[in-house]
Every structure is written in C-alpha cells, then in structure tokens.
Design a protein around this ligand. Structure first.
Ligand code: ZN
Length: 87
C-alpha cells in the first residue's frame, strides 16, 4: 500500500507492522515525527501546568506537612485522617 509520509510528504510503499501501517517513510522521518510529537506534548503540558496552579499545590503540601509534624504524624497519615473524609 502506498502511503504519503506525514513528515516529508514522500510517497512510499508501506508494509503493515504491529497491525497498522506506518505514517512515516523511514527511520529519519519516524524520529522527526516523534520529535515533533514530543514538542507538541510539552507545549500542551506547559499550558496545563499554568492552569492547575502548581505553586498553590506545593504551598498546600508544605502547610499540611507542617501540621502533620506538629501532631507527630507523617504527611501521609495526616492526609489519610483529615483529608479523605469526602467533605
Ligand atoms: Zn518521510
């Protein structure tokens, strides 16, 4: 089956592997496609992290950790006792 490579646009005769046809013509384009996907993935994740306010979560952790230690408990014990009550 002739497939058009999504990276370089070259048409190539593709052989099914792992139950599906490849989308790139060869090793070089496969790597290039993977590189692009990774950049895309990181670009998306960067935005997600901004939206989830990671800094606040970290502060929460420090606060809870301090409270837990004040009561002589580990963070996990404290969270298990006070945070998972389905409030
Ligand atoms: Zn190609």
């Amino acid at each position: 089956m002739v497939i058009k490579c999504i990276v370089c646009g070259k048409e190539f005769d593709a052989v099914k592997s792992f139950g599906k046809f490849p989308i790139t013509c060869g090793d070089e384009c496969f790597k290039e496609n993977r590189r692009r996907k990774r950049i895309e993935y990181y670009a998306k994740n960067k935005n997600t992290n901004k939206n989830t306010k990671k800094k606040t979560n970290h502060n929460d952790f420090v606060e809870i950790n301090d409270k837990a230690h004040a009561l002589g408990m580990s963070y996990g014990q404290y969270v298990g006792l006070y945070m998972n009550r389905g409030e």
